[in-house]
Design a protein around this ligand. Structure first.
Ligand SMILES: [Zn+2]
Length: 132
């Protein structure tokens, strides 16, 4: 019985995670459209902190030739925020990573300058403060 319960819990938490992932993916597609990146074939996945840089909430990998890429968003289990703030900040993370893809042809050499430009564009798009 306990085994069944554990299995049920596993299925539930797994489908909850898939639900979150697909909700974030829908959000990403809306922002893709808004940023004129709808020709890109992008996917989204939740990742643990160990899979991306510490002190970051997301990452992006992309192939400009094929216009494909993956946006990684930090798993809620490792996020420093909860509830509404978490939701808001995850959207900021998605927009931040999409802006990285959008400005990538400019390829700023200096990483700090690049982050500053990306954050300014993200903030302008969000038109509200981002919790992180
Ligand atoms: Zn960045």
């Amino acid at each position: 019985m306990r085994v069944v319960w554990v299995l049920l819990l596993a299925v539930f938490s797994c489908s909850a995670m898939n639900g979150l992932e697909s909700r974030l993916e829908r959000q990403m597609h809306l922002w893709q459209k808004r940023l004129g990146l709808d020709e890109w074939n992008l996917s989204l996945r939740l990742v643990r902190q160990s899979e991306i840089d510490s002190n970051s909430w997301g990452a992006a990998e992309w192939d400009p030739a094929n216009r494909t890429g993956t946006i990684s968003v930090l798993d809620p289990r490792d996020y420093n925020l909860r509830g509404g703030e978490l939701k808001l900040d995850m959207e900021c993370t998605i927009v931040h990573e999409l802006v990285h893809i959008q400005v990538s042809p400019l390829d700023a050499r200096d990483e700090l300058i690049r982050e500053e430009v990306v954050n300014r564009i993200m903030a302008a798009l969000m038109n509200r403060p981002c919790p992180n």
